[in-house]
Write a protein that binds this ligand. Structure first.
Ligand SMILES: CC(C)(COP(=O)(O)OP(=O)(O)OC[C@H]1O[C@@H](n2cnc3c(N)ncnc32)[C@H](O)[C@@H]1OP(=O)(O)O)[C@@H](O)C(=O)NCCC(=O)NCCS
Length: 176
């Protein structure tokens, strides 16, 4: 993705919301730039894969085998409405998040915002929409993993009401 200059901070607020459709977001006018910056949230499709993969890479996420196309197809077969992208007026994807719901817990993976678009509210907007969808499915708690050294990731999550669960250690077993 070609780096793009974005205006300084604009706070973006959501307007209408319809499950499964793009959500138009209306900007609050920037006192500095006075312009409008429109964005929408929509569901990911495999056609977005290459662009999203570049975005993951560009935003510094640690990419894992579960990010390969075959694995993403598995995820989409299960709950496609929980993989969201934020698209700007030019049609470029500037943020994304993967949610998951297993019937007991909700999980969040790989939230990221293009480095040129950070601190504009894109991440918060994605999380707000994903949380609404997870609650609608019946989730009463959301878990997520964040690397210990990812200070800004933790600051972001804290701002949105997430706490460190110090009573737990993560355990896992890899099959492949
Ligand atoms: C974490 C990340 C997704 C935040 O996205 P974003 O679109 O910039 O976030 P927002 O603009 O919605 O920020 C919402 C609030 O979170 C907090 N926040 C976000 N980034 C922050 C940072 N770098 N430092 C401190 N607080 C931060 C702020 O309180 C912010 O509100 P404010 O700007 O009004 O102060 C983005 O920095 C990113 O892509 N990081 C790399 C990938 C990553 O680490 N993902 C998370 C772990 S998997």
């Amino acid at each position: 993705m070609t780096p793009r200059a974005h205006p300084a901070k604009l706070w973006i607020v959501g307007a209408g919301r319809t499950h499964g459709e793009a959500i138009e977001l209306v900007p609050v006018a920037s006192s500095v730039f006075g312009g409008s910056y429109r964005m929408k949230i929509r569901e990911f499709s495999m056609e977005d894969y290459a662009e999203v993969y570049r975005l993951w890479h560009r935003s510094g996420l640690n990419l894992v085998p579960s990010d390969q196309p075959d694995e993403i197809e598995k995820k989409l077969a299960r709950d496609p409405e929980l993989f969201l992208v934020a698209e700007d007026e030019a049609g470029l994807i500037v943020g994304c998040v993967i949610g998951a719901w297993d019937g007991r817990r909700a999980w969040i993976y790989h939230i990221c915002t293009d480095p040129d678009c950070q601190r504009l509210g894109v991440g918060a907007m994605l999380m707000e929409e994903l949380e609404k969808r997870l609650i609608a499915l019946g989730a009463i708690k959301i878990n997520l993993l964040v690397r210990k050294q990812n200070i800004k990731g933790k600051q972001f999550y804290r701002k949105l009401g997430y706490d460190l669960q110090e009573e737990f250690d993560l355990m896992g077993k890899r099959f492949f």
